[in-house]
Each structure stands twice: as structure tokens, then as C-alpha cells.
Design a protein around this ligand. Sequence first.
Ligand code: CTP
Ligand code: MG
Length: 227
Amino acid sequence: FRVSVILVAAGSGTRMGGVPKQFLHLGSMTVVEHSIHTFAQIPSVAEIIVVTKEEEISRMKSLLDEYNEVIPIKVTAGGSTRQESVARGVEACGQEITHVAIHDAARPLVRRKDVEHVFADALEYRAATLGIVSKDTIKVVHHGIIDETPQRSTLYLTQTPQVFEIVLYRRAMKFAALHEFDFTDDCQLVEAIGVPVHMTPGDYRNMKLTTPEDIAVAQALLEEEER
Ligand code: CTP
Ligand code: MG
């Protein structure tokens, strides 16, 4: 079981007001460094591939240079969609890798314990993702009118890492390319080839930094953790 972590950090942060989230400071380090710290502690992680915008490659390399002493880090260029960025990361994976773990750099608070759970499930089931049951009742709305209210206990919010056997994920990538799918969630690619994906219950703290108010929440969570 040798895992290549693909840390996607090539987004533009449009909903954050055009701020590239990966370089924001959160506590004592940048957002992207938080994930590096967590994954570097896990023995099955063989390498970390950081996918970033072409023009930010040298900035990212110098920021992460010191971590190369702990874990091999590759920095590669992303694409215009998240799915493309993930594909670039997969292309950069080393030889002896058995699984890929795709993680949003915009989720800096993921905990080692939860990563280990989803890794164990991926080893057992071939494909697994972290997720949490929705706290809110979710409505399906069409033209401003509620169409449907799915049973809350069946509704999960997916998180990352999402972990797959590399052969399986490569097959799913080919299928997605053939059908011109563009998904923001990697499980969807695997679902599309009919392979079951295991849901590993995670932690509400593994939030994604998406809009400005998320920063205040993440900062508070980090302070609570450090206390
Ligand atoms: N991402 C990426 N390449 C893209 C788009 C997104 O690597 N072309 C990454 C982001 O850097 C982020 C993760 O995918 O770590 C989740 O995406 P999201 O939260 O949507 O980030 P952004 O795309 O940067 O934000 P927005 O959609 O608001 O522009
Ligand atoms: Mg996006």
C-alpha cells in the first residue's frame, strides 16, 4: 500500500474574492502547508504532488522546499478545471504507487486520524472518500419551488481526501475524457464506471475554505485545536 497524495492547489478562489486560497496564512503557516504537515506523518504516503497554477510553480517550490527533507514533494502545473488539475497530478505519480489520495489544498484542517480511516477503507474497498452527514435538511428546488425532500440521514457532504486504487482511477479518467465529463468531485468519475465508492464518516472540522466567512471559522477551529 503506497499512496501518492495529489494536493490540488491550482484554483483561483473566485468565491473567496479572487484570492488564491493555498497561499493564505492560517495560524503559523500557509493553507497548503497544513495539509503537507498532516500527510507527511503517515507512513504509507510515498510522495506528495502539489498541483498549482503554472505561474505559481516557482513560488510554491520555494515555499515547500524545506519539506523535501521529510517527504518527496513534486510541484506540477494544473489545468483550468479541477478535474484537469487532478489529471495532471495523476500523470506525475511515481512508479510503485498503488493508490492515489486526492485532497483539496483548501481543506487545511483534515486530521491524521480521519486520513488513516479513509486510507484503510480504500485498501479494503478500492475507492473511499471522507464525508459527513448533512446537519441541515436539504431540499431539491426547481424554479423556486421545493420539488423533493430527501431523507436527511442519507445525505452526505463529501470531503477530501478521496482515495482510489490507481489503476481504477486511471480507468475512470479515460472514461470521463471519452464522455467529456467535467466533475468537481473525483468520486463521480469512479461512480460513472459503476464501481462502488465507500463513504468513510469524517469530521465536521474538515471544512473547505470557500467564501470569506470560512476563514474566521477555520481560524477559530485551529485555535481550539492548539489549546
Ligand atoms: N482546484 C485546482 N484546479 C482548478 C480548480 C480548483 O487545483 N482548476 C483546486 C483548488 O485549488 C482547491 C480545490 O481544487 O484546493 C477545491 O476547489 P475550490 O474550493 O472550488 O477552489 P477554487 O476553484 O480556487 O475556488 P472557486 O471555485 O471559488 O474559484
Ligand atoms: Mg472551484
